[in-house]
Design a protein around this ligand. Structure first.
Ligand SMILES: [Zn+2]
Ligand SMILES: [Zn+2]
Length: 343
């Protein structure tokens, strides 16, 4: 999509082949083609899904590749035919990096499930660099009061948690449980609180109890020292449980904590099976649903809601040249809670 001309060079953190270490390279600044814009990247979130690019576990990635699908920046140059975006405008790009507009799902308006979905940092070079080129349908305007460093993680972790919750079917006042207090969970607790639910946070060990309450949970369940499903049942059973921690066993153990017509929504990505019996599902008319992020329009809603409600990610920042260190910090699982590269 992007063609290169000699207009200067920039810094990028690149993966040269599956499993290779990050390399900081100097390369030419890319030119935006028709229907694309060039963005001066200001911040780029480091997400666990960047493992797909780093380790080559997503089919068909062409290397070298620059990861990054949580990008906040400034429109710097318009490609041919671009009229609704302006130079100098603050924009973001999330997981949904473009659709083909021609597949069956796109023709139905279901862009989220486009069969040829493009993902920044996977299908084309993403945000771990000073400038990137993106198709206009991937762009999200960033509200004025939201900083680049806060907007970036909201474009993946934020939209996923916000969008899953607003489609959950729970009503204000319902009991909503959030399993896991990490990169996704710490946002989900805030959103659930601002949506007007009675929020119960479920974590392993007592460490995060205070933080969960600070983020808006009215109760905290330590799943290591108690049976979390039983504790939820004592509270009447959850209308919705949002499973954010990538732990299939923990998700399976929570199903009995759902109330009648309850729903387990899975957003924490793992490859192990969730175990549930037909008896469990049928007796309470339960549902188990998976949820992936959403369209750029959903991201726009997420950012606007964050602006309105004060929901913000907790972040740790690293300069672009320390991308390897930032990535290692994210992988360690010890970051509080999202890691962001700044340019
Ligand atoms: Zn992500
Ligand atoms: Zn499509």
């Amino acid at each position: 999509m992007a063609t290169v001309s000699a207009i200067g060079t920039m810094m990028a953190a690149q993966v040269s082949e599956p499993g290779a270490d990050f390399k900081i390279i100097e390369r030419e600044i890319p030119e935006p083609g028709a229907g694309h814009v060039r963005i001066k990247v200001q911040a780029s979130g480091v997400c666990h899904s960047d493992v797909l690019t780093k380790e080559g576990s997503w089919p068909g990635i062409q290397y070298p590749r620059v990861p990054g699908h949580e990008v906040a920046g400034i429109v710097e140059k318009l490609g041919a035919g671009v009229s609704i975006w302006k130079k100098g405008q603050r924009v973001g790009i999330g997981w949904h990096g473009g659709q083909d507009n021609t597949c069956r799902e796109c023709r139905r308006g279901d862009f989220r499930n486009c069969r040829n979905l493009k993902i920044p940092g996977i299908s084309y070079d993403g945000g771990y660099q000073e400038y990137m080129v993106a198709p206009v349908e991937a762009l999200v305007p960033i509200p004025e009061t939201l900083s680049d460093n806060h907007a970036a993680p909201l474009l993946c972790a934020g939209i996923t948690t916000y969008n899953a919750l607003r489609h959950s079917g729970a009503f204000p006042g319902d009991l909503v449980a959030v399993q896991g207090i990490g990169g996704l969970g710490h946002l989900e607790i805030q959103f659930a609180n601002k949506f007007g639910y009675k929020v119960v946070a479920i974590g392993r060990g007592p460490e995060n109890a205070l933080l969960a309450k600070k983020l808006g949970a009215s109760a905290y369940i330590d799943s290591q020292s108690t049976n979390a499903a039983e504790e939820l049942r004592k509270l009447g059973g959850a209308r919705v449980i949002l499973a954010t921690a990538p732990n299939s066993k923990a998700m399976s153990d929570l199903i009995d904590g759902l109330g009648p017509n309850g729903k387990l929504i899975v957003i924490g990505l793992t490859s192990d099976p969730i175990e549930v019996t037909p008896v469990q599902l049928i007796s309470g008319s339960l549902t188990i649903q998976g949820w992936s992020a959403g369209t750029p329009a959903d991201s726009e809603d997420t950012l606007r809601f964050a602006e309105l409600s004060g929901v913000r990610p907790m972040i740790e920042t690293y300069p672009l040249e320390k991308a390897a260190e930032a990535y290692a910090r994210m992988i360690s699982g010890k970051a509080q809670f999202r890691v962001v590269l700044t340019m």
